[in-house]
Design a protein around this ligand. Structure first.
Ligand SMILES: [Fe+2]
Length: 328
């Protein structure tokens, strides 16, 4: 298609979670992960992690899931290239209203119906706050790396990967084949910028199941220091949040992280010290396990929370019958 390569010009800007558990999300994000609450009413919560006016939004809705992800692109020229690519594939594009843009903390945006029915929104300019964020960690790692990453399970991984590769020029950083409950989970890690991956796509080898109820299996945020990570772990544990995977390290991006169950039932991975990819020297790798050490289930993972995950898995068997939406 286009001869222009927009790799490095795209990063995760914001997310929207739909949930009926706003009080719990507020406690989880503010007191637990330590984000800055920028706005809260009985319809929505908005949080900051850096100069952006809004990064993490929870709005009242019954999906209990990430329903929207917003992607910041460098400039109008990059946005025009993306629009061309979408048009060439007959993927319908909507323009967000001024009210919707304000709700997201951006000047304007466009929206497409993305893989697995997540709304993919694209914008150039974020609204910035006047004062530095008041967060509990010393800082969250964003900038050129963007807000974080998603891990998404898919029954149509080839199509999902193609969406990110063909529209955003994503590059494959590496692959991991993880044995799990008698099956192999194949995970492909895609980067859009210096962050080792902004999207990880996981699929069951052989019979394709989607064991996860939610669109995202987890969303990741990075903190600046090891002390930030350990303090957040202690806060979340003290608040009673379940840890499906306690602290451990991944082999590919070398990140040290833990996974906590969010109020909506998908996981949030909080990490530290993920490498930044140097395009000049990077070699695509492959690994046989998702963790070098750790990431074991936490002792405080209460029975009902674990059953929630088990419920997700049972639902996954039902997923054999459900079509997974792809814009391609
Ligand atoms: Fe992750």
């Amino acid at each position: 298609m286009s001869a222009v390569d927009i790799f490095g010009s795209v990063n995760m800007g914001y997310v929207i979670v739909d949930s009926l558990r706003l009080d719990d999300w507020r406690r989880f994000l503010k007191q637990g992960l330590g984000l800055h609450e920028a706005a809260a009413d009985d319809r929505a919560l908005a949080f900051r992690v850096d100069a952006h006016a809004r990064r993490f939004i929870v709005r009242r809705g019954d999906a209990e899931d990430v329903t929207v992800s917003g992607w910041q692109v460098r400039d109008a020229a990059t946005l025009a290239i993306i629009r061309e690519r979408l048009a060439a594939r007959d993927i319908p594009v909507e323009t967000g209203s001024a009210e919707e843009a304000a709700f997201r903390g951006v000047k304007s945006f466009i929206r497409v119906r993305g893989p697995k029915d997540m709304a993919i929104e694209i914008f150039t300019d974020a609204l910035l706050a006047d004062a530095p964020p008041r967060v509990l960690p010393s800082g969250f790692v964003t900038g050129e790396s963007g807000l974080g990453h998603f891990a998404i399970t898919s029954k149509r991984p080839e199509k999902m990967l193609r969406f990110w590769q063909e529209i955003f020029d994503a590059r494959l950083s590496d692959r991991i084949a993880q044995p799990m409950a008698g099956i192999i989970l194949d995970i492909s890690f895609l980067r859009l910028n210096e962050r080792h991956h902004s999207i990880a796509v996981a699929t069951t080898r052989g019979l394709r199941l989607d064991p996860i109820r939610t669109r995202v299996q987890h969303m990741n945020l990075l903190v600046e220091t090891l002390e930030d990570l350990s303090a957040a772990f202690e806060r979340l544990t003290d608040l009673g949040y379940a840890m499906p995977h306690e602290i451990g390290q991944h082999p590919n991006d070398r990140e040290v992280s833990f996974y906590v169950l969010s109020p909506s039932g998908f996981e949030i991975e909080l990490g530290w010290n993920a490498l930044r990819v140097d395009e000049a020297t990077w070699k695509q790798g492959s690994y046989n396990a998702i963790s070098v050490w750790g990431h074991k289930p936490g002792r405080n993972s209460s029975i009902d929370k674990l059953l929630l995950n088990l419920g997700n898995f049972r639902r996954g068997l039902g997923s054999l019958l459900n079509a997974e939406y792809s814009p391609f």
